[in-house]
Ligand binder design. Structure first.
Ligand code: F6P
Length: 329
């Protein structure tokens, strides 16, 4: 079988490790691999990775030393053209011309929406790997890139804590997560933050301020308030403004971590997860599966139909939220 592999949507550390696993596992199983550059847009533009002979095929050595590299060597994009019917039909023409039988997209919910649309026009197989720092897909305990993003955020918060302590300040630290608070909650817990605000729960600023007043009375010298960018009240700037309006007892500053969280060499956890998922995706294709995402649930491979991976929000474990509050005391 000829398998096309590509990365799509926001890049995530570990995408290269996943691509490497797909290439090596597929070739070992007797398949051919076409590396599609720049996601769905690259497919439409026939932008393929070329091996040392100039052929649009990946070889075992094409992915040498990819496991530790951040970003994605295949590049990524978000394609508007692919979302239109004309774009989808064009994609089918390219796939047929290139004799591609199956696809392995590595990405998040937008990527899997694209796969579902493509399957309405194309009868090849598609098995996806969850690659997004947001960890917001149902059907896997963790997504590729989440562990590294949390590590980056925790390192930043630890550093900010030093200066916050020196000046007795409160920092409102904004982490990524458009619709999901996973990065925020894990960062808050690991960095011993006092408060966390996420899209999944209501943010009550007056309660936050009275908690802060109690902390100040008890002699707390600094406060870390972690907010997910997609918090229903707005991100760090809005929250900071509201804290000021409501007599926050600390002098405040804002830190927005932004795309920094998407970069860097993947953690061992991300490299291992990415390698397993790439391997499992090839095996799932060989077993005839299609229309599914492979995930790691309790250490086992689990195949979930694309539509179910993004149908609702993956719930944040409430005990983690409670723990942030308990430990802040
Ligand atoms: O989906 C991953 C993510 O990093 C989100 O957390 C964030 O909101 C978004 O991508 C940013 O996307 P862009 O790269 O288009 O700015």
């Amino acid at each position: 079988m000829r398998i096309g592999v590509f990365c799509s949507g926001g890049d995530a550390p570990g995408m290269n490790a996943c691509t490497r696993a797909v290439v090596r596992e597929a070739i070992a199983a007797g398949h051919e691999v076409v590396g599609i550059r720049r996601g769905y847009q690259g497919l439409l533009e026939k932008d393929f990775y070329r091996n040392s002979l100039g052929e649009p095929l990946m070889a075992l050595r094409s992915v040498s030393d990819w496991a530790r590299a951040g970003g994605t060597y295949l590049r990524s994009s978000r394609s508007d053209e692919f979302r239109q019917e004309e774009g989808l039909r064009k994609a089918v023409t390219v796939l047929t011309q290139q004799r591609i039988d199956a696809l392995i997209p590595i990405g998040g919910d937008g990527t899997f929406h694209g796969a579902v649309d493509l399957m309405k026009y194309w009868d090849g197989q598609i098995v996806g790997c969850p690659g997004t720092i947001d960890n917001d897909l149902i059907g896997t305990d963790f997504t590729i890139g989440f562990s590294t993003a949390v590590q980056t955020a925790v390192e930043a918060v630890d550093k900010i804590r030093d200066t916050a302590d020196s000046h007795e300040r409160l920092f409102v630290v904004e982490v990524m997560g458009r619709k999901s608070g996973f990065i925020a909650v894990y960062t808050a817990l690991a960095a011993a933050a006092e408060t966390v605000c996420i899209p999944e729960t209501d943010t009550d600023v007056s309660t936050i301020v009275s908690d802060l007043q109690a902390l100040k009375k008890r002699g707390k010298s600094s406060v870390m308030l972690i907010v997910a960018e997609g918090d229903e009240d707005g991100g760090a700037e809005v929250l900071n403004q509201r804290l000021k309006e409501m007599d926050c007892p600390f002098s405040t500053r804002v830190l927005i971590l932004g795309h920094l969280q998407r970069g860097g060499s993947p953690t061992p956890e991300d490299r291992i997860l990415a390698s397993q998922l790439g391997d499992w995706a090839v095996r799932a294709l060989s077993a005839g599966k299609t229309g599914v995402m492979v995930g790691n649930v309790g250490g086992e491979c689990c195949c979930t139909p694309f539509e179910e991976t993004y149908v609702s929000h993956k719930p944040i474990p409430t005990e983690l939220l409670t723990l942030v509050a308990t430990l802040a005391n």
